[in-house]
Design a protein around this ligand. Sequence first.
Ligand SMILES: C[S@@+](CC[C@H](N)C(=O)[O-])C[C@H]1O[C@@H](n2cnc3c(N)ncnc32)[C@H](O)[C@@H]1O
Length: 450
Amino acid sequence: MTSGINTREMILEILLQINEEGEHSHIAIRNALSKYQFLPKQERAFITRVCEGTLEYRILIDYIIDSFSKITVDKMKPPIREILRSAVYQLKFMDRVPDSAVCNEAVKLAQRKGFYNLKPFVNGVLRTIARQMDELEYPSRKVNLVRYLSVRYSMPEPLVLRWLNDYGEEVTEKMLADFLEEKPITVRCRTYLNSVEETCESLRNQGVKVEPAPYLPYAFRISDYNHILALDAFIEGKIVAQDVSSMLVSEIANPQKGDYIIDMCAAPGGKSIHLGDKMEGFGTVDARDVSRYKVELIQENIHRTDSINVQAHVQDATVFDVESECKADIVLADVPCSGYGVIGKKPEIKYRSTAQKEEELVILQRNILDKAAEYVKPRGVLIFSTCTIAKEENEENMMWFMNNHPFKLESIDEFVPDELKSETTSLGYLQLLPGVHGTDGFFMAKFRRK
Ligand SMILES: C[S@@+](CC[C@H](N)C(=O)[O-])C[C@H]1O[C@@H](n2cnc3c(N)ncnc32)[C@H](O)[C@@H]1O
């Protein structure tokens, strides 16, 4: 059954929003799909897959197009560029759409968007690609490893080079491959209110496939559903969408009933709500973020989960809040970061990174850590975390913090599963790597105030 909505046109609009207007991919896709709630599951899945896939494989796709087109991708008009990219994604990765249909739809769409003159160009390039793609030569691994990995896994060369230096060839390739793997979403079952069995049963009753996620008994991977917002377990606040890496932050924080916790960068509130759950309704989690919009996201989640011990308000973490000085048992600084650890979920991140942005982030992170240090009670805890794998933002910030504040690292071995224990966890920090640990890329360190 089809809805009569032009799915190719929707895909084009979404890709233009992401690649030309700088919108986040998950937001652009969600906004477009929520406008057409009645779209059948299959069409929603098709739109999502083509948008995500076209973005994930952009460097590989552009390499293919540039090998067959006289006009290079960067010289094309944006709508033509995105029409070609999404068509090549379908030709290369989606067997279920016949090649001729992919070409015809692309040509029709170019015409509908006013590019009547470019119909033969779109048609010619796509039909040549469909015929000759399998014979195309890719960069050689032996001749140029960085270029090979960049094209093979669609990762900009500067990032590949950096990770080769930081993590070596084997780990880098595992991470690159993992970023491209389609994975089910991970949820945390809120065991404080419902048993894991009850929640999983509710999900299964609605046809959802539920599989255990690694490391934590209350973490599950869910798939085979149309919309998470329509799941009873979600509506009733029995589950929170959260990666296992993010759940481990609240584990290592180990809050006690009655603690006062400040979460300085809290939106959308995943960790705040988990910390509140771990205190079983006692104590207070002061969930802060920089804008009203972000705080509203936290509030929506507080409301849905009925988290009575979590409160949200606007507070810029770079501005010192004198009222909070030496007040908190635990401060969580889950700082804004380059996000390289979640490229698998937000592929646009890889195309937007620049050295300058990263330097600015390190300055912002240190600024936030300076304030965070002041809010911790004597002998209280500070947790520093990021969803990146950049050493400058992680280990280097951690060392800088220890050298500039009266804190020491504290072992997290008691709180992490055996498989994750290492020399670094006994010192007090953990770097999770995608494709290596089965989670997002994530960093966490636990400090105690002297
Ligand atoms: C990694 S996300 C936090 C994720 C959140 N802790 C969770 O678990 O759901 C980083 C957050 O930092 C916030 N942020 C950025 N600059 C900030 C600032 N100056 N003050 C407070 N929050 C800030 C962003 O709005 C974003 O929500």
